[in-house]
Design a protein around this ligand. Sequence first.
Ligand SMILES: O=C(O)CCC(=O)C(=O)O
Ligand SMILES: [Fe+2]
Length: 198
Amino acid sequence: MDLFSAEKRHLHLPNAEVIYIPDFYDPQKADGYFEHLISRVPWQQDDIKIFGKVYAQPRLTALFATNEKPYSYSNITMTPNKLTAELGQIKTDIEAVCQHQFTTVLLNYYRTGADSNGWHADNEKELGENPVIASLSFGASRTFHFKHRTIKEEHYKLNLEHGSLLIMRGEMQHFWLHQIPKTKKRVEARINLTFRTL
Ligand SMILES: O=C(O)CCC(=O)C(=O)O
Ligand SMILES: [Fe+2]
């Protein structure tokens, strides 16, 4: 059976609701946001600590929010910038589709195929019990991997395209892990925005 339902948007998965909308923004609109974000966001590269060793995070990040609440993950605490007009417009567009209000957006900038985001769940306490996470992609396509923590046959790949929106909700962050692996293929820059509620 097809992983997607008839409308090719809802994925049928145990313990998760995943929705993929490939054409959330048309290519021209997505190009405009991509260029704007690349040049205007104050990108930073933080150090992360894994088993006591310190590494430079393999991508650049930034945080924006409608409130002052910091966001902490992997021993990093990020203080939000004030939401810009452009990010506010994107947030409004996404809220209309998700029927959910977001406060915070974490941005990831994958400069080349060597940049990545390791296996994790977005399960920080401050996100609440079953968080709605809306993930918008601009620029080069990268492969999103997700796997169930205990049902070994349940593992999938999804190509996240320019202007696409991926929505994760329900119990997903309890039962599943996700990652953006490194790739040896030549890939151009990609920006990802994950909207969250803190
Ligand atoms: O870049 C992506 O598509 C995923 C980002 C992600 O999982 C995160 O920021 O928590
Ligand atoms: Fe994530």
